[in-house]
Design a binder for this molecule. Sequence first.
Ligand SMILES: Nc1ncnc2c1ncn2[C@@H]1O[C@H](COP(=O)(O)OP(=O)(O)OP(=O)(O)O)[C@@H](O)[C@H]1O
Ligand SMILES: [Mg+2]
Length: 152
Amino acid sequence: MEVILKSVSDTEDLGQVIGATAPTKALIILSGDLGAGKTTLTKAIAKGLGVKEHIKSPTYTIVREYDRMNHMDVYRVGGGDLFEIGLDEYLEQDKVNIIEWGDLIDERDLPEDFLRIHITGSGDLERTVEISGGEEWTKLQSQLGKLGLMMR
Ligand SMILES: Nc1ncnc2c1ncn2[C@@H]1O[C@H](COP(=O)(O)OP(=O)(O)OP(=O)(O)O)[C@@H](O)[C@H]1O
Ligand SMILES: [Mg+2]
């Protein structure tokens, strides 16, 4: 499904619904160009999940852990050394795992069911967001319908 985000506030609405409907142990793979809004969306997802801690971009640390969310950025790791960052162990935790640049990871290294979100656009332009997920995410689909964001 495709959603159009005209402003940061639309991105915040989308993220909060994702966070509020995410199954426990959900995996969310975020992709899109530099400055597309992956970190902005992650902060909103955290809000929807009820994470109270301050979210900082994991660009340099690769992984940042919060009480109910792990936030990763594999831009510098690419598809390589995921064992080194302990990806498997994070995926086993009862937390939502969000991976910026997660499209660089070979799908064979990921569990079967995850939410894939690709953001197109940067700067002041509106964003087009392509969202796809398995069975686990049907609740999100129905909630998004109620959100009033433009969809096609
Ligand atoms: N609709 C929108 N959604 C998200 N961000 C937007 C939007 N419109 C403008 N922006 C701006 O674009 C920037 C997005 O930055 P952000 O750090 O979230 O991107 P990113 O995809 O995480 O980048 P990187 O690849 O460097 O990690 C922010 O400065 C934000 O204010
Ligand atoms: Mg980022």
